[in-house]
Design a binder for this molecule. Structure first.
Ligand code: NAD
Length: 255
């Protein structure tokens, strides 16, 4: 039985919901860390190292700049790590993978059940629809405060399409089109990002051929969809063998 959860970024939009969902799931909230003051009644730890030693699972929704140091510190402390922060660089992700060789880690760009299912479907569709005929385009919209683009979920969808096609996303990405871009390359995976208002998260994946369009889309109305999933992941990962897992593992989906 899991003893307690610690939350990195506990004062943030996600952090506050994660604290609520921890208690709603009947789990113990050990406390949290943040750059700013926490909420009343929540134990604040002096740093991530102290938090990782005090809890079984660290649920981390902070900022990409923390990823490498958290990877080292949390792995050293021995706690499992549920990482939700997006906008990670290739070096950041290498550090996350290294942590996954020392402790159990769940890393997902989107913890909602609906998007996790969408990613599994995206991979299967991409495997079935030839890249020469079906152009894959990913469109996302988020609130005006979001600092990274395209969203982690959009990149995750792109990776799912790339996996289905047996290519590397880095080799086929087309994003931020502007000006005289030339014709679309066959097999490219395109990204477009909209920012505005208070949109929690909208994603569409379009496969467009000369004869038909197929669209998968998802709209999150409430951030709580991510918090519920992340706390479910925290309960799941506790006691699992050392390794790097995704939300498809947590939900038992075959990707
Ligand atoms: P936010 O800015 O409201 O909260 C982030 C919190 O982290 C802030 O309180 C900030 O003070 C704190 N923080 C930043 N750097 C820190 C550090 N070095 N040490 C301790 N605390 C630090 O942002 P948010 O909307 O809660 O999102 C946080 C992250 O989670 C973003 O990367 C966002 O894209 C991601 N996110 C992921 C999912 C998912 O399902 N994977 C869902 C929503 C948001």
């Amino acid at each position: 039985m899991i003893k307690g959860i610690g939350i990195a970024g506990i004062a943030g939009r996600m952090g506050q919901l994660l604290a609520e969902e921890t208690l709603a799931a009947g789990l113990k909230l050990v406390g949290g860390v943040d750059r700013v003051a926490g909420t009343n009644g929540v134990t604040m730890f002096k740093d991530i190292s102290a938090l990782a030693e005090a809890c079984d699972v660290v649920v981390d929704f902070t900022h990409a700049s923390t990823a490498q140091s958290h990877a080292v510190t949390i792995a050293a402390g021995g706690a499992a790590w549920v990482l939700g922060t997006t906008g990670l660089s290739a070096e950041d992700e290498a550090a996350v993978a290294a942590a996954g060789k020392r402790v159990p880690v769940v890393y997902a760009p989107n913890y909602s059940a609906g998007v996790t299912l969408l990613m599994a479907l995206a991979e299967r569709m991409a495997a079935a629809l030839p890249a020469e005929s079906y152009d894959a385009e990913i469109l996302e919209m988020h609130h005006r405060q979001k600092v990274d683009a395209p969203s982690g979920t959009a990149v995750g969808l792109g990776r799912a399409v790339a996996r289905g096609r047996g290519v590397r996303l880095e080799d086929v990405t087309e994003s931020g089109r502007d000006g005289h871009t030339g014709a679309r390359k066959t097999g490219a995976i395109g990204f477009a990002a909209l920012r505005g208002g208070q949109v929690v998260g909208e994603h569409s994946l379009l496969f467009a051929s000369g004869t038909e369009h197929i669209t998968l889309s998802h709209r999150a109305f409430d951030r709580r969809a991510f918090a519920t999933g992340a706390i479910r992941a925290a309960g799941w990962v506790y006691g699992k063998p050392i390794g790097l897992y995704g939300m498809t593992d947590v939900l038992g989906l075959i990707s």
